[in-house]
Each structure stands twice: as structure tokens, then as C-alpha cells.
Design a protein around this ligand. Structure first.
Ligand code: MN
Length: 191
């Protein structure tokens, strides 16, 4: 099986001014593409040639794991985003957020805290935990909450390549703006 770079679910300038077309050109066009290309090279001649990304995340390690997880994480990230607006979750998802975090504001604070305190490269996540409640978590480098039996609903890429062109070193500014482009409808579909 040859892994492919999936199409973006919007045009390259759709997230402006929160995430610039230039960031998308590098982040999607170069970084995400390179993970796909490297993964296809690495699985040649291994027992992983026909494995799905999900299988690779759960069963591989080292370079194959890193590239497979980064392909999955980036595709998931692009599918968490949409054009800027005044956005908030609705219905059952909003109720679950209130039940789990006390309020939407509290959830955003916890998520921003996870994003800010992930030292170096990684990801902040909203997940469904094993008790069926929502949780915020963070993972280093390419790691994914599915490895711990958690179900990802939303992620924010906090590798510097995700925000440096637009926000330089100010990761918290990027995370604050992230809420304007969060696609809560897609998040709710994952419940
Ligand atoms: Mn990235």
C-alpha cells in the first residue's frame, strides 16, 4: 500500500489570517508531504507494507512509527480546522465539555495550558477517555493518544513549524487564535 497526502478540506488561504497560506505551503506542502514520502520509503521490505496508519501507530516504533503517526496527526489536524469565525461547540458536545470541565472557558484554559506546557515539539488534544468522559492531554513529538486507548476528538499542532511564520515564538498567541478556526461540527461527528 502506498500512503498518499490527502487533499486539504479547504483552500490554502482559507484559514487566513489565523494561519497564513505561506504556513500551509510549508506545513502541508513540505512537512506533511515529507512524512508521507519517508513512510513509503521506510515500509518497503518490512512486514508493515500493507498496514494502515492506525495499525502502524499501535504496532510500530522508531522511524516508521514517527512518520506514520505524523501523517495521521497532520491529516487529523487539518480536519479540525475551518475558515475563521466566532466558533463554539453545540448540543451534546457542548454538554459533555461542561460536564467534564465545568465550562467551555475552563476547557479552553486547560487545553491552552496543555499546549503551552508541551516542552519542545508535540500536540495538545481533546480526547474521550476510557470512562467515556472528555479529557485534555498532550503528547511529545509524534505520539498519539490512541496509544493509550484514548479517542482523539481535536488536536492542535504545537511544533514550531505550525506557527513560527505567523507568530514566531509566541505559541500562546497561536493557541488563542486556534479557537476561531476550530471546526466544532467535525469534532462533534467524532463522538
Ligand atoms: Mn506539524
Amino acid at each position: 500500500m502506498t500512503h498518499q497526502l490527502p487533499d486539504l478540506p479547504y483552500s490554502k488561504n482559507a484559514l487566513e489570517p489565523i494561519i497564513s497560506e505561506r504556513t500551509i505551503e510549508f506545513h502541508y506542502g513540505k512537512h506533511h508531504q515529507t512524512y508521507v514520502t519517508k513512510l513509503n520509503e521506510l515500509i518497503q521490505g518490512t512486514g508493515f507494507e500493507n498496514s494502515t496508519l492506525e495499525d502502524l501507530i499501535l504496532k510500530s516504533d522508531g522511524a516508521i512509527f514517527n512518520n506514520a503517526a505524523q501523517v495521521w496527526n497532520h491529516t487529523f489536524y487539518w480536519n479540525c480546522l475551518t475558515s475563521p469565525g466566532n466558533r463554539a461547540p453545540e448540543g451534546k458536545l457542548m454538554q459533555m465539555i461542561i460536564d467534564s470541565f465545568g465550562s467551555f472557558e475552563n476547557f479552553k484554559k486547560e487545553f491552552a495550558q496543555a499546549a503551552a506546557t508541551q516542552f519542545g515539539s508535540g500536540w495538545a488534544w481533546l480526547v474521550v477517555n476510557k470512562e467515556g468522559k472528555l479529557d485534555v492531554t498532550k503528547t511529545p513529538n509524534a505520539e498519539n493518544p490512541m496509544q493509550q486507548g484514548l479517542k482523539p476528538l481535536l488536536t492542535c499542532d504545537v511544533w514550531e513549524h505550525a506557527y513560527y511564520l505567523d507568530y514566531q515564538n509566541k505559541r500562546p498567541d497561536y493557541v488563542e487564535k486556534f479557537w476561531e478556526i476550530t471546526d466544532w461540527e467535525k469534532v462533534a461527528q467524532r463522538l
